[in-house]
Design a protein. Structure first.
Length: 126
C-alpha cells in the first residue's frame, strides 16, 4: 500500500467532511422545563385576561341596569301623573331629577350647546 493512502486514513477529516453527531434522544414533553414554563406563563396570561374581561363586563352591566332603572322609574312616575295620583308640579320635579341622573349616566352636558351666531353675509365689493 502506498504511504500517502495510509496517511489519508489516519489524517483528521475537515469539519465539512465529518459526519454530523447523532441526535440526542428526545426528552418526554412533561420533563422539558422550557415547555412547562411556557405553559405556566400562558395559563397566567389567559387567567389574567379572563379576570379583566369579567371586570369590564360587570361594570358595563351595572351601567346598563342603572340606566334602565332610571328610565323605568321615569315611566312609572309618568303613569302616576296620568292616573292623577301626583300633581303636575310633583311630576315635573321628579322628571327633572331623574332626567338629570340619566344625563349623568350617559355623560351628556346639563344644558344644550348654544347655537353659533349667524355668519355675516358677504359684502359686495365695488
Amino acid at each position: 500500500m502506498p504511504a500517502h493512502s495510509l496517511q489519508s486514513l489516519f489524517a483528521p477529516r475537515p469539519p465539512w467532511a465529518q459526519e454530523p453527531p447523532a441526535p440526542a434522544a428526545p426528552r418526554p414533553l412533561l420533563e422539558n422545563s422550557e415547555f412547562l414554563i411556557a405553559c405556566g406563563l400562558m395559563a397566567v396570561v389567559l387567567f389574567g385576561g379572563a379576570i379583566v374581561l369579567s371586570y369590564f363586563d360587570r361594570r358595563r352591566k351595572r351601567q346598563e341596569a342603572a340606566f334602565q332603572d332610571s328610565t323605568a322609574q321615569l315611566e312609572s312616575y309618568r303613569e302616576l301623573y296620568e292616573n292623577g295620583e301626583i300633581t303636575e308640579s310633583e311630576y315635573l320635579k321628579v322628571r327633572a331629577r331623574v332626567a338629570g341622573r340619566i344625563r349623568e349616566e350617559v355623560h351628556l352636558p346639563t344644558s344644550p350647546p348654544k347655537p353659533a351666531p349667524p355668519a355675516e353675509p358677504p359684502t359686495p365689493e365695488s
